[in-house]
Design a protein around this ligand. Sequence first.
Ligand code: FCB
Length: 449
Amino acid sequence: MTRISFPDDFLWGTATSSYQIEGAWQEDGKGESIWDRFTHTPGKIKDGSTGDVACDHYHRYREDVALMKEVGLRGYRFSVCWPRILPAGKGEVNQKGLDFYSRLTDSLLEAGIEPLLTLYHWDLPQALEDQGGWTNRDIARWFGDYAAVVARALGDRIKLWTTLNEPQIFGMLGYATGQHAPGAMDQLQYILLSHYINLAHADGVAAIRNEASAAKVGCVLQLPPIHPRSDSDEDRRAARVMDGLMNRWYAEPALLGRYPEDILELFKDLDLPILDGDLERMNQPLDFAGLNLYSRLFAYHDPNIPLIEGMLDFDYRRPGAEYTHFGWELYPKSIYESLMRFKNEWGDTDVYVTENGIAAEDQLVDGKVNDQDRIDFLAAYLAEVRRAMDDGVKVKGFFQWSFMDNFEWAEGYTSRWGIVYVDYESLERTLKASAHWYRNLIESGGYDR
Ligand code: FCB
């Protein structure tokens, strides 16, 4: 047995997002979001469910914060639902929406839990989608204005701010493959609008800094290692290109204020909407990076699939690798690889792992959930986080995904990610074995393995 230990001031937390837990979709003046519209459209969600009620966190947040305290959490990452604050996406502010996040923030602080806020975890106001949403260049300005409203209201109490959750994921799944809201399917269009996503992130950073001078501001990137399926030159090249399209295309603007040359070259005939001044506008240095790290992908050369228009038609898995029932590979070393890569390529900034976790087939039996597979997963991944810290990566905290079972996008309620079990009928919460394990780890600063 070895002891895996972490520094005393390590920020141990869990993460959630507004649409996945809040419910109260029509309450207190909230506007419709693209996820409300999408889930209300038949055939979009695996089990036909919606986030109308979800975990009803909007009404039960006090109980939830009390549970977080019971688990001993020091940090909690949540997101703000844009149409609760600006029902039309811009213009008039809905004070009741702001009040909710203000109350939540106060309860967290009272419980000694440090909030880490994400401004956008995918629930775009439908009113903005009706004006083109992410395909409209104005989205960057709209996002900046929204960021300013939230920062003005909460900047006195919240120190850790992040902009867009996983830009490449919501861009690709929402606008290219159509699996997520708003369900558009146009791979080329997606590439064009990806520039607006990068601009929006930058405008958000500038707005937060403007309104809350003490804020520490970061991005939230999903950054999976992309390995070639074989050692062939073609597969290696495919892996490099895929990494450029999915990772570097977002990481380099956010972290280095520029686009990767090789991908700009690949896109040279596409007429990207990059205007004079955009690159300067995009250059907004960050205080930290939030990284969502779960797994790795495999890329390969296939002459029948066009690289750009078909980038999402590939199967990013490799036969023989070990996958969870959710379809993500179990590969703890991926978190080490991503963290090291971050430091080596993008700098010595502080890092928070803003998401990591596993979907398990949890069963509530006699009032208990024995999710040993989740404990094993966290123990294996955290050992790799520790190894990256030993090798010089400045990891300052870890936010397990997720605090409680919740609405998992297109999968509905069919997969459970929480350390807290939620009975979706009674909405009763039960700490799983992993929550007790996590509490122990936080209390004692480490675990034996
Ligand atoms: C991430 C998302 C989060 C959740 C987990 C499982 O990509 O940010 O909302 O869906 O995956």
